[in-house]
Design a binder for this molecule. Structure first.
Ligand code: FE2
Length: 427
């Protein structure tokens, strides 16, 4: 007997009236018209059944700290950085864990079951590292977390010299952090930025780890560290294991140079994460009019065969006062900012918060095929485009075939003068 049989589901690839059979936490079969005894049978009613949402770029050490010790009055990146500096000495492990665990609850309710989070390693106590490693352990039964050792203040800019933060990155990796991070555009000089990319990629190569750098999060068209990242990836044989996050300077670069750069990135098999909500609010702030959008060139990167994901980056922290862990909101903003309004491009935006980030994290068993883990979310929408349009209700969220979250269907009741009262899913 099956553990679970879902019937009459629409899948993101467009197949409808599909059945998904689950046994021992795994999908055993996906096909239409299946009838088999099961402990639980669920009629999806033609709604969209998707693999879970995945966020390839987040900062869980700062999340839900909005208002601590004060709110970002100007809403700018610079005040955000200053605010994070004020908050850091006040952080306690308990409070940080409490906020991170609360965010994980929000995430699960929104069908977001895998998160790659950067963790600031510039605090010599590595307090956030310890806290998030513990959170990772606690949420493991229902949420996959991957940690990136992120030298927020610059890996070569330690107050006690160039070795200080590099040592912190190594100590964090020793403790079990998964991925090597960096922030080359924030180093003191272009040369130091390039050196930081070289040192951090060499560290990843020595330890057999992945790399994910905050790279060129700037409106400066001459911020070209992604070129070095692609070069080091090839030199060290790290193809397919390196991610460039943000890459906002690519928005402002000269088109001729970008033509060369995108080919180099594709050759190095770089993955890319754009963060539409945060990029559209923080970039272009020194412009008058016209104002640049400041998100990297997503459609062009996809057209070159590069894997691109949309990340949330921040939720209610010093840099971003909004957000709720809803990756459909992220896809919605990405679609608008990149003008990805063709039928195919809107579907790509759904992929950018599901299968593309899953590939970046290297999630084993991700997908809606026989043999994959029985992790999925039933959405109150008939296809991926409608899911984005409505930021659709997550009717049910499953992990290894077990229901872990549910929300009531969105309904409205209308009482219009001269019309009979009407209740239903109105959109
Ligand atoms: Fe970030």
């Amino acid at each position: 007997m099956l553990d679970l049989l879902i019937q009459n589901a629409t899948l993101p690839d467009g197949r409808s009236a599909m059945c998904v059979a689950v046994q021992d936490g795994k999908i055993t079969e996906v096909r239409p018209g299946m009838r088999a005894p099961a402990r639980e049978t669920l009629d999806a009613g033609g709604m969209l059944l998707s693999s879970p949402f995945v966020d390839a770029h987040f900062h869980m050490d700062a999340t839900l700290s909005y208002g601590l010790p004060r709110v970002n009055q100007s809403g700018t990146l610079l005040e955000g950085i200053a605010l994070w500096g004020e908050l850091k000495p006040l952080l306690t492990q308990e409070a940080l864990m409490e906020r991170a665990l609360a965010y994980c609850d929000w995430a699960v309710a929104k069908g977001l079951l895998a998160i790659r989070t950067h963790v600031d390693v510039c605090d010599p106590r590595l307090l956030a590292v310890e806290a998030l490693l513990e959170v990772k352990k606690r949420v493991a039964p229902y949420l996959d977390m991957q940690l990136v050792a992120f030298p927020q203040d610059g890996v070569l800019r330690g107050p006690q010299g160039a070795q200080q933060h590099l040592d912190s990155v190594k100590r964090a990796l020793d403790k079990g952090v998964d991925v090597v991070g960096g922030i080359p555009h924030f180093e003191r000089t272009m040369a130091d930025g390039a050196l930081s990319v070289k040192l951090l990629c060499e560290l990843a190569a020595q330890r057999g780890l992945m790399v994910d750098m905050h790279c060129d999060e700037s409106d400066d068209p001459l911020s070209r560290h992604v070129e070095t990242l692609a070069f080091e990836t090839q030199r060290l044989g790290l193809q397919g294991r390196v991610t460039g996050s943000h890459l906002t300077s690519m928005h402002s670069m000269d088109n001729y140079y970008v033509g060369k750069l995108v080919a180099l990135m594709a050759e190095a098999q770089l993955d890319v994460v754009a963060n539409p909500l945060v990029n559209i609010t923080l970039q272009g702030r020194h412009d008058t009019y016209p104002k640049r959008r400041g998100m990297t060139r997503v459609p062009e990167l996809l057209a070159a065969g590069i894997n691109v994901a949309f990340g949330h980056d921040c939720v209610m922290d010093p840099w971003y006062s909004l957000g709720c862990g809803d990756m459909l909101e992220v896809a919605h903003m990405g679609l608008h900012v990149a003008q990805m309004t063709s039928q195919a491009a809107m579907r790509q935006c759904f992929d950018a918060v599901t299968r593309n980030p899953a590939r970046i994290l290297g999630l084993p068993g991700y997908g809606l095929e026989a043999g994959c883990s029985a992790d999925f979310v039933l959405l109150q929408a008939r296809d991926p485009v409608e899911a984005i349009r409505l930021r659709a209700t997550r009717l049910k969220v499953f992990k290894r075939g077990k229901l872990i979250a549910a929300s009531p269907a969105a309904n409205s009741t209308l009482h219009l003068p001269g019309r009979p009262a009407q209740t239903g899913f109105m959109n």
